[in-house]
Design a protein around this ligand. Sequence first.
Ligand SMILES: *[C@@H]1O[C@H](CO)[C@@H](O)[C@H](O)[C@H]1NC(C)=O
Ligand SMILES: *[C@@H]1O[C@H](CO)[C@@H](O)[C@H](O)[C@H]1NC(C)=O
Ligand SMILES: *[C@@H]1O[C@H](CO)[C@@H](O)[C@H](O)[C@H]1NC(C)=O
Ligand SMILES: *[C@@H]1O[C@H](CO)[C@@H](O)[C@H](O)[C@H]1NC(C)=O
Ligand SMILES: *[C@@H]1O[C@H](CO)[C@@H](O)[C@H](O)[C@H]1NC(C)=O
Length: 471
Amino acid sequence: MKLQSFVLAALLAGSASAVRPLTVSGGNFVNSAGDRFVIVGLAYQPGGASGYDPASGKDPLSDPDICLRDAAVMQRLGINTVRVYNVNPDVNHDMCMSIFNSVGIYVALDVNSPLAGDSINRHDPGSSYNEGYIKRIYSVVDAFKGYPNLLGFFAGNEVVNDVPSASVVPPYIRSIQRDLKNYIAKHASRTIPVGYSAADDPTRRPMWAYLSCGDDADSRSDFYGLNSYQWCGDSTWESSGYQGLVDTFKNTSIPLFFSEFGCNKISPRPFGEIAALYGERMISSWSGGLVYEYSQETSNYGLVQIDSNGDARLLKDFDNLQGQYNNINLNLIKNKSSSTTSANHPKCEDTFILLGHSDTFNTSTTLLPNPATDLLENGSGNTNVGKLVSVTQTKTPHKVFTSTGVQIDGIEIKMLKDDESNTPSGENTSSAAGGSGGSSGNKKKGAAEGLRVSAVLVVGVTVVVGFWGLV
Ligand SMILES: *[C@@H]1O[C@H](CO)[C@@H](O)[C@H](O)[C@H]1NC(C)=O
Ligand SMILES: *[C@@H]1O[C@H](CO)[C@@H](O)[C@H](O)[C@H]1NC(C)=O
Ligand SMILES: *[C@@H]1O[C@H](CO)[C@@H](O)[C@H](O)[C@H]1NC(C)=O
Ligand SMILES: *[C@@H]1O[C@H](CO)[C@@H](O)[C@H](O)[C@H]1NC(C)=O
Ligand SMILES: *[C@@H]1O[C@H](CO)[C@@H](O)[C@H](O)[C@H]1NC(C)=O
């Protein structure tokens, strides 16, 4: 008994591979088991965009105690993906990425930052598409390419958002996607999806059509994210405009998801759009989405309030979202035959791209030359190349409180077995506070049960190996 629990503890603590990389197959993300992967996720940028300061030596994925706190909270919430907007390619992300990996949470990452030189100027893209910019985005690739739970890179976020930007920027986005994919092909050991996050404005359809068309796989998007806030409060399928979204994009040949969603005009948010997004009418062409956002900032979209001492308080929005996640039909969203997306990329013809669009939109597929071919050949020079490490600590020193103010006892991460991503557990964290770390109150088979099964399996294997060792 003693030996078994020791071996078990060591194996679980040393585990460094809960997820395997996702790939894109037609209009879907798929995991290594061949299941469809649908994003159940959140935007994660504590401090907000203005909180990003490279001189601080910190970013959202650099402090293991904070990542332990948030991974434990997110695991209970039931998500499988976070989107992080601004990272510092020079700081060490190994422990945070390994913590999220161990609980089955993928990371979708923006390569840009709001700092001067780190993004494209939408009204004068030529001035910002230069060697310094390429060095920035290649440095981010080097810092993150080694993590299996890196879902993919956003090459841009809402760079096109008005008529002037739509008339010059589109060829730059395809050029940057080509630059990123060429770099990944030369300097990473696996394919990493590269895509775009779009504004929900009249450019949303031409942008999707332009980025998903043609035979040039290097410059084409591997996925298309839409930042959509059109379902507010107790909206419905009809009044929200979701039916229109489905009609507009139903022929997608690349995975499509909300790269941000969660209108907060009505507060607390009831999150009725979760049932629509993961239900039968939408799952045929959409791969889920990322709720905006984890932490409470001045814009009032938070699920969790972070105190100045590092303690966290779940908000009513957290409870409501968790309740909605618990009703997702997991069999439906994993089932590839629920998808009706197309595997064939349409031709890049103006008739297809501009269909029904009357404003100026640049449909040119003549790309700009990479302004830093030396970096493409020889590497960005960033020696801070991330890799998974053993996660030895599961408990955060920070306290976490439910929405009713009760401290949650023993909040900690629960490592999943290989190739398992996190799923909603059926738990109501705020009502199941205190207690034994969260498995109480499970209505469905969830993370905790999966862990228990794998633990028994691990002990069995160890015993057999020991036996043969004696012979
Ligand atoms: C399309 O964009 C490219 C790159 O910005 C630019 O050179 C070209 O003039 C634009 N085409 C039109 C028709 O505006
Ligand atoms: C969608 O695809 C079908 C079959 O390929 C085609 O008939 C239809 O015109 C397409 N619709 C749009 C809006 O592109
Ligand atoms: C979860 O528990 C909290 C606190 O008891 C409660 O306010 C909330 O309504 C519950 N949520 C659901 C979906 O049951
Ligand atoms: C997947 O969906 C198809 C079509 O809706 C259905 O026939 C099949 O039983 C589903 N498979 C599973 C494993 O749920
Ligand atoms: C790459 O580095 C090598 C060795 O430092 C150098 O000779 C070569 O010119 C570089 N390649 C480019 C394209 O700059």
